[in-house]
Design a protein around this ligand. Structure first.
Ligand SMILES: Nc1ncnc2c1ncn2[C@@H]1O[C@H](COP(=O)(O)OP(=O)(O)OP(=O)(O)O)[C@@H](O)[C@H]1O
Ligand SMILES: [Mg+2]
Length: 249
């Protein structure tokens, strides 16, 4: 059975914590979603996926996006990350209008500010667990990528799996590699699509603790898509989506 390497209790005393904690100024809105619509058209017609989504999140806020399967949660998260484009509307990240930027500038802003955990993990199959986690650090020019990536994998309980490729890891292990990859750059915003969906209770708790620790120590804004009521309850905000509309925020 999997034993989490880091428990909530041990984390504070034995783990070094995230460097550079505390001294972050509080911004007004780190994420602002303004009248966002998304529709897709194919030979069978037009499907409205998101209809007039409008809300803002302050820096350091924690928000759960909840709603039935197919309601548009993953689509909304991808648009907030600038990975998908809205049909109409504006998304501002740290005050910058994401879709007014060139694709290169948008990618640079994302690399600088956002960690993203996909519902489907999206690990690079030709890279080991360690190399997957090192990748965003290397792209941002970090000097000690190997040491930082190793430490983050240890914190998600995968210290013994550094050299393993995604295809030999279980679904939950792949999910933890994806989480480590998103955490390791200590992003201002962490967007996670069902981050504990493939994890057993204990591992899910470890990963949730890590996310809320990022939030407390570095002021990371958390936006979590989840079907788990317990996780949703731990977030300050719950944004409920029903058939592409926000019904409560
Ligand atoms: N590119 C696309 N083309 C056509 N339909 C799409 C496309 N992307 C999403 N959809 C549809 O839009 C709806 C919302 O999808 P989305 O993945 O955002 O839902 P979700 O709320 O994340 O669901 P789940 O909880 O099952 O992950 C679904 O009906 C989906 O089939
Ligand atoms: Mg989804």
């Amino acid at each position: 059975m999997f034993e989490p390497a880091v428990s909530d209790a041990s984390m504070g005393s034995t783990a070094p914590g995230f460097p550079g904690a505390a001294a972050k100024p509080q911004a007004a809105s780190i994420i602002s979603v303004e009248h966002v619509f998304k529709s897709v058209t194919d030979s069978t017609g037009t499907l409205a996926i998101l209809r007039d989504i409008d809300f803002a999140l302050a820096a350091r806020e924690t928000a759960a996006i909840v709603g039935a399967s197919g309601s548009g949660k993953s689509t909304l998260l991808s648009i907030i990350a600038g990975l998908d484009t809205p049909t109409e509307g504006t998304v501002k990240l740290a005050g910058q209008d994401l879709f007014a930027l060139s694709e290169d500038d948008r990618a640079a802003l994302r690399a600088q500010k956002v960690g993203f955990v996909f519902q489907s993990f999206q690990l690079m199959g030709n890279l080991t667990a360690l190399e997957n986690v090192m990748l965003p650090l290397e792209l941002s020019g970090a000097k000690n990528a190997r040491a930082q990536a190793t430490e983050m994998l240890r914190r998600v309980g995968l210290g013994e799996r550094l050299g393993h490729y995604p295809k030999v890891l279980s679904g939950g292990e792949q999910q933890r590699v994806a989480l480590a990859r998103a955490f390791v750059v200590q992003p201002a915003v962490l967007l996670a699509d069902e981050p504990t969906g493939s994890l057993d209770f204990a591992t899910g708790e470890t990963v949730m603790s890590l996310m809320f620790e990022l939030n407390r120590e570095l002021g990371t804004t958390l936006v979590l898509v989840t079907h788990d009521q317990g996780i949703a309850a731990r977030c300050e905000r719950r944004i409920t989506i029903d058939a592409g509309r926000v019904v409560s925020a």
